[in-house]
Design a protein around this ligand. Structure first.
Ligand SMILES: *Cc1c(COP(=O)(O)O)cnc(C)c1O
Length: 353
């Protein structure tokens, strides 16, 4: 079975070999304060910066999940209020989590087929962080680097936090245009779940110091302090950090990966456009995600195509949230190999015609 599920998703084919190496080398039992761990952690951070084009003055931290990053942002970077711009399930959930953490959170929903218009955006005077879901995994839309940069330019004093869980390591992200970027690794990174990375601008470090929140194992100040020694505040997923290091050593720089996924994206679009019954959930090209495609038809056709796919050895992603029954999703992630891509493309061409 080839998985095109947009998370947890297909992992790199070399994972079993790297896990075997990790076992041989004793990685699974090393102490997380040891020089051996520090070496792995240091190389992984360096590779992330190099391969993903992350600015030198940005800091990178390891956390357990994207959900944990939502929590860290509310705990450690929001004094009063966060403002959430969303058009789908993950962006909305982030807003709800912020409220659970006793912060005020303003939700600004925007239409599925519309870009955010930073020039007309208004935020409350107590807004500490503007939260954007760069790639909305639930409906296959995305927010461009340009729009994120415009939001930041309009509100330079306010932090801009970006959930890039299903796009980081797959498409080029202009990290310098916002303050906090995070992703868990079971999507575009092609790794097993249980690890996330959080990328922070110098302004974030400054704000964390000013606010001074230090009540939790995952308070950002504590994380910053431990990471000065390339360590974490708790025993981390050392195996997964090692797997990330091994995969980053081999992957192409982000621009090359972006190009490859963009080409595949357009080939999928061409296959879908030939069909009368199927359409993309969102028609507006400018807001489409390149890494998650969301196809819509009536419920019966969705059921049928999923069953046919299964027979052909292909797992497509179920719809999510309010699009659960009348859509299915396709991950266009880097770990998917060329022949697997062709297999799905020809399935779509034949099945959807
Ligand atoms: C999957 C996903 C999450 C949640 O990730 P976890 O690792 O389960 O915390 C959050 N945001 C987006 C956009 C996602 O796709």
């Amino acid at each position: 079975m080839i998985s095109f599920y947009p998370g947890p998703s297909r992992v790199y084919a070399k994972i079993p070999a790297w896990v075997a190496d990790a076992y041989q080398e004793g990685i699974m039992s090393i102490n997380h304060r040891s020089p051996e761990f520090i070496k792995i952690s240091t190389e992984t951070i360096q590779l992330l910066k190099k391969k993903l084009a992350i600015p030198e003055d940005y800091r990178i931290f390891f956390t357990s999940s994207a959900t944990e990053c939502w929590e860290i942002i509310s705990q450690s970077l929001v004094r009063k209020e966060s403002c959430h711009l969303y058009n789908g399930a993950f962006g909305e959930k982030w807003c709800q989590y912020a409220r659970k953490l006793q912060k005020e959170a303003t939700g600004k929903a925007f239409a599925l087929d519309e870009a955010i218009h930073p020039e007309t955006l208004r935020i409350g005077k107590n807004t500490d962080v503007i939260c954007v879901t760069q790639n909305e995994t639930s409906n296959g839309t995305s927010v461009s680097n340009a729009v994120i940069g415009q939001i930041k330019s309009r509100f330079p004093e306010t932090l801009v936090a970006v959930d890039a869980t299903s796009s980081m390591a797959g498409v080029y992200l202009d990290f310098a245009s916002a303050d906090v970027w995070f992703a868990s690794v079971q999507k575009c990174f092609g790794l097993p779940a249980g690890l996330a990375v959080m990328v922070c601008s110098p302004q974030v470090i400054q704000t964390a110091r000013t606010i001074g929140e230090n009540n939790h194992y995952n308070s950002l100040l504590f994380i910053i302090e431990q990471m000065r020694n390339m360590q974490t505040t708790y025993t981390p997923n050392v195996l997964n950090i090692y797997l990330m290091m091994r995969s980053l050593r081999e992957v192409a720089p982000i621009n090359a990966i972006d190009k490859k996924l963009t080409n595949r994206f357009f080939e999928y679009i061409r296959a879908i456009e030939k069909n009368r019954h199927w359409r993309l959930l969102v028609a507006e090209r400018a807001v489409l995600s390149k890494t998650v495609l969301c196809l819509q038809a009536d419920e019966q056709q969705v059921q049928q195509v999923k069953a046919e796919a299964k027979k052909a050895g292909i797992v497509v992603g179920n719809g999510y949230g309010k699009w659960k029954n009348n859509t299915f999703r396709i991950a266009n992630f880097p770990a998917i190999e060329e022949e697997e891509f062709f297999k799905l493309k020809s399935f779509l061409e034949n099945q959807l015609s």
